[in-house]
Write a protein that binds this ligand. Structure first.
Ligand code: 4HQ
Length: 277
């Protein structure tokens, strides 16, 4: 244990909770050490329970491909009321996350093990997360995810820790936990072995070319009068590939047209695009 004054009541999902590789049936994708370690600092560690205990993330944790360590920020509250938030200087509504517990929590968690990791703070004023950024995050050995609540962080948290500020979109949530789950999910599925063979192809939306995905169909062939495009049942794989690519291009162009519309005052969604094409 490090010499930091750290209440380490860590909530853990990952390596230690798992049988040794030898006792697992299919050892092909069981790593001895996780390829990426996430440390989540939050006031609500239990929010991650369901998220981490089902499906792809559950399997990635069991196979030791990722590790997720949750830390309750309240463990670093120093004053007698176990307070981590306070009223904003200058007045105004709501509460602000205090600097001391948050800064000390991050430092203590970083000192638990090397490397210190890249610190990410979830905030709507951050840079918008996209697949390119996700790919870069997936090359890191360790990510420290800082989840705020209330009106936000005391600015000195940002000044002292110099985290990368991550937004998942322009809307206001009640806390950074859902954004942290978004980062964990998007990054983890890029770790080799996390997606099963039948899933690995699902990388084509936002793939290297930046195109959106094409439409998908499965049985039944006819549903409520809607049939599957004939090309997909033709068995002509060159034709199918061409059709899918054309659909992907069409969807991508459509998305770009829609993306510029809201910048035009009062323009309704779906109205004619500016005459540029
Ligand atoms: N919040 N993308 C306010 C967000 C958010 C977002 C997180 C709400 C931080 C203090 N975070 N708390 N959108 O809305 O990342």
């Amino acid at each position: 244990m490090p010499a930091v004054s750290t209440p380490n009541h860590e909530v853990k999902s990952g390596s230690d909770a798992v049988p040794p590789a030898s006792s697992v049936e299919d050892s092909s994708t069981v790593a001895s050490r996780p390829l990426i370690r996430f440390d989540v600092l939050t006031l609500f560690p239990n929010l991650f329970e369901g998220f981490l205990s089902e499906s792809i993330l559950k399997r990635a944790l069991e196979r030791n491909l990722i590790a997720v360590h949750r830390h309750d920020l309240r463990n670093w509250a120093s004053n007698k009321h176990h307070q981590v938030d306070d009223r904003p200087f200058g007045g105004g509504p709501g509460m602000v996350l205090m600097a001391p517990p948050v800064v000390e929590a991050v430092e203590a968690v970083q000192a638990l093990t090397a490397p210190p990791g890249l610190v990410l703070a979830m905030t709507p004023s951050g840079r918008r997360l996209d697949q390119e950024w996700v790919r870069r995050l997936a090359t890191q050995p360790r990510l420290i995810l800082l989840c705020g609540r209330y009106e936000g962080f005391d600015e000195r948290i940002i000044e002292l820790l110099q985290p990368e500020l991550v937004s998942i979109g322009d809307y206001v949530l009640s806390g950074g936990e859902v954004p942290a789950m978004v980062v964990i999910d998007a990054v983890s599925r890029l770790i080799p072995g996390v997606l099963g063979d039948d899933q690995s192809a699902v990388e084509d939306s936002f793939g290297p070319e930046g195109l959106l995905d094409h439409p998908h169909y499965t049985r039944p062939r006819l549903y409520r009068g809607l049939s599957v495009p004939e090309v997909l049942t033709s068995g002509n794989h060159a034709e199918i590939a061409r059709w899918r690519r054309e659909q992907a291009l069409q969807r991508t162009r459509q998305r770009f047209r829609e993306a510029v519309l809201p910048t035009i005052p009062n323009a309704p969604y779906g109205s004619a695009p500016p005459a540029t094409e």
